[in-house]
Design a protein around this ligand. Structure first.
Ligand code: 13P
Length: 222
C-alpha cells in the first residue's frame, strides 16, 4: 500500500465554489505523484459535486464520519452505503473533535460505525489519541495517531515521542496527525516511520498541501 496523505477539511470551506477551487488545484498539483495516495475528506455537502468532477488516479474521496445503520429513520445521518454509492473510499472515524463536542461519540459507537463501514467495503481511518481507544480493534484497521496537544495548535508532536507512540500501536498502518506543514511533514514518515499523514489546517491551503505531498512522495519508495 502507498503512503497515505489524508486531507481533513473539517467544516471548511464556506462555499461549494471554494471547495471546487481547492479540489481542482490539488488535483492539478498532485498529478505526477507516484508513491502517495491522496485522500480528500470534504464536508458531506460537497462530496457529490467533487465526486462528479472526476478524480485523478492518485486522488480518492473520504468522508469525515458516518452512521452505523444502512438506512432508515435516522434524521440528519449519512450511511456508509450512501457514501459508497457516491464513490467515497475512506471514512475518518472517532476524530477527537467529535469525541470532544458530541457526547455520543464513544468508543462503542465508533466501533459500530467502523463495523458498518467495513460491511460495505469502505476503509475506515480510526483516530486515536491514546492506546485504550484501540481495544478490540483489529490490526488491519488504519489508525491515525492524533495527540490532542498537537491538533490545530501549531505545536506538532515531538518526532521521537511520535515514533514511540507509533511503535506502541500494533496496527499495520499508522498515520500521524497534528500541526503538520511542509517543513515538518516528511520527518514523521522518514524518522518516525509512519505510513501516512492526516492533515487539517494545512490541507485547506492548496499550495502548502501540494508541497507536503511532493515532499513525502520524494522520500517514499515503497
Ligand atoms: P491540524 O493539522 O490543523 O493540526 O489538524 C489535525 C487534524 O485534526 C486532522 O484530522
Amino acid at each position: 500500500m502507498k503512503i497515505l496523505i489524508v486531507a481533513n477539511w473539517k467544516m471548511n470551506p464556506a462555499s461549494l465554489k471554494e471547495a471546487k477551487n481547492l479540489f481542482d488545484s490539488v488535483k492539478k498539483g498532485v498529478r505526477n505523484i507516484k508513491n502517495v495516495e491522496v485522500v480528500l475528506c470534504p464536508p458531506f455537502v460537497y462530496l457529490p459535486a467533487l465526486s462528479e468532477r472526476g478524480l485523478a488516479s492518485v486522488i480518492k474521496l473520504g468522508a469525515q464520519d458516518c452512521f452505523w445503520e444502512e438506512s432508515g429513520a435516522f434524521t440528519g445521518e449519512v450511511s456508509p452505503r450512501q457514501l459508497k454509492n457516491l464513490g467515497v473510499k475512506y471514512v475518518i472515524l472517532g476524530h477527537s473533535e467529535r469525541r470532544k463536542y458530541l457526547k455520543e461519540e464513544t468508543d462503542e459507537i465508533v466501533s459500530r460505525k467502523l463495523g458498518a463501514c467495513l460491511k460495505v467495503g469502505l476503509k475506515p481511518i480510526l483516530c486515536v489519541e491514546k492506546l485504550s481507544q484501540l481495544k478490540g480493534i483489529k490490526k488491519d484497521i488504519i489508525v491515525a495517531f492524533e495527540p490532542i496537544s498537537a491538533i490545530g495548535t501549531g505545536k506538532a508532536f515531538d518526532v521521537e515521542k511520535a515514533k514511540s507512540a507509533r511503535k506502541a500501536i500494533k496496527n499495520n498502518f499508522v498515520l500521524y496527525g497534528g500541526s503538520l506543514n511542509s517543513e515538518n511533514a516528511k520527518d514523521y514518515i522518514e524518522k518516525a516511520g509512519f505510513k501516512g499523514l492526516l492533515i487539517g489546517g494545512a490541507s485547506l491551503k492548496g499550495e502548502e498541501f501540494i508541497k507536503i505531498t511532493k515532499s513525502v512522495d520524494l522520500i517514499s519508495k515503497i
